[in-house]
Design a protein around this ligand. Sequence first.
Ligand code: ARG
Length: 579
Amino acid sequence: MACFFRRKIAAKLAEALQQSDDAFIPVLTVIPVLKKQQSADFRLSLGTLRSNGILPSSGEIQLQTENLVAQLKPDSVVEDITAGHGLINFRVNRSLLAEKLLEPFAEGESHNFGLNSKLLDTLKRGTTLVEFSSPNIAKKFHAGHLRSTIIGNFIANLKQSLGNNVIRMNYLGDWGMQFGLLGAGFSRFGCTEKLKENPLQHLFEIYVQTNKEAEQNEDIKRAAKDFFRQLEQHESQAMSLWQQFREITVNEYKHIYKRLGIHFDVYGGESFHQDQAQEVVQELQSLGLLKISDKGTGVVDLSPNGVMSNICTLHRSDGTTLYITRDIAAAISRKEKYSFDEMIYVTDKSQENHFNQLFQILLQMGNSWANRCRHVSFGLVKGMKTRTGEVVFLEDVLDEAQARMLHNMNQSNTTKELENPEDVAEKVGMSALIVQDFKGPLQSDYKFDWDRMLQAQGDTGVFLQYTHARLCSLIQRNEGVETNTFNPSCLSDQTGITVLQHLLRYDEVLYQSHQDLQPKHLVNFLLKLSHFIASAHRELPVKGSPPHVAQARLRLFKGARSVLASGMRILGITPVQKM
Ligand code: ARG
């Protein structure tokens, strides 16, 4: 059990300072390992104890550190306790480290390694609604939608792994003037055949063409307005065409998301909240929050002292509602329907202001749960292009990643005979895309670079997949080696200890990821793990070693493979067995 040591050290501290063990669980940190360097395993900062009120903030900190160290007696588990500058370092028994960490892998695999940890127990659990992807029907699926898709999926996976009940929701842009144009355009430029064959493409073409024509042609403009008015009045013919467009689009998207290994529990959309949006306007009015502007629009004043410096428009002068009005209605209806404990929206940073306003208005309406709504925003991707040009559809990106990866695999002489190379190329290509996207802080913009992300060496998703496949092959080649029991003292080489020390940090990395919902902690953990595994591959051969050494090493490799695979899955990557 990975948290065995954290608990032991916490108990020791609790005894010395007459506090409960729980106070020390979150303040102990696993020391990140530097390659090939002997180091202690856990660290405690006296500064943190002071700021948490566990120790008095007065007096000389170094003296306090040394006094505390003097009170802590090493034992057979925690062998060495030393004072640093305002820090205490703990080193645990090496053989016990191997024994406890690899304990869960008796069957070769453990799906909850690190997850049943005392540290993660300190987190609240409940129902989390994650809204992500949310493309607009008949419009472009841009890089922002792709980022929302993979980031939202990561957040949902993480929350689920940590024991929450997760609802994955896609909130489609399935209402608005674009449907007026589509409706008016379909009778002119539409083709039922094409709509069946390639629906996303065809709807997009109709939309673009009608939009262009409408600029010069008043008739089309009028027809579009007319069609949208019919929709707003729920006229059956218009509604049935709209329904068809929506259904076809959702089915197509389901297909594509499946390629990405992503599913949604709910396909909602703006269209569901038309009528409720009108009710929201009425409620705001009766609460005295709605003001009518000179232009006849309905606005809410969000500026701190009512000077109208931050106003948000909720209906146009003709009474029709807007994007934000529908979002208010949608949030309220989700709360009623799913009674979530928290809700997370994932979109690019251009919508930061929108979500701030949304949460503020919800609060002003008396919905205190809006404090548990959160917008996770991310930066822009520049230069996402395929060989045929600018990306318009999600499928284009997936096809391109797959094709490029397949090409690289065919060029490489380490590629194995594969039953389904296309499938492998798709999974590896996706992991390249995901790792490139997740490596830095989400807020940063970055430049999309096919060649760099698909490199086999270096910190890429391809490298993660390669490491995983290599471990699978090692395990397979040594199928005859029994690893149910092993002698932990055979893992005393520094290379093996390094892998173990790194695995010790897994729960902390998940904890960090949970705190700020940034995938970079986990990605960098897995990349580093893969580098340590590469050294272990070189220096700790299984074949040709004495049986008990071979056994212990193989057990280590099995543990490492299992953690690598679990971490990859949380990121939204499907590990491959062979490549
Ligand atoms: N469909 C929107 C867009 O493409 C994103 C929706 C985000 N979610 C929301 N609840 N507003 O920009």
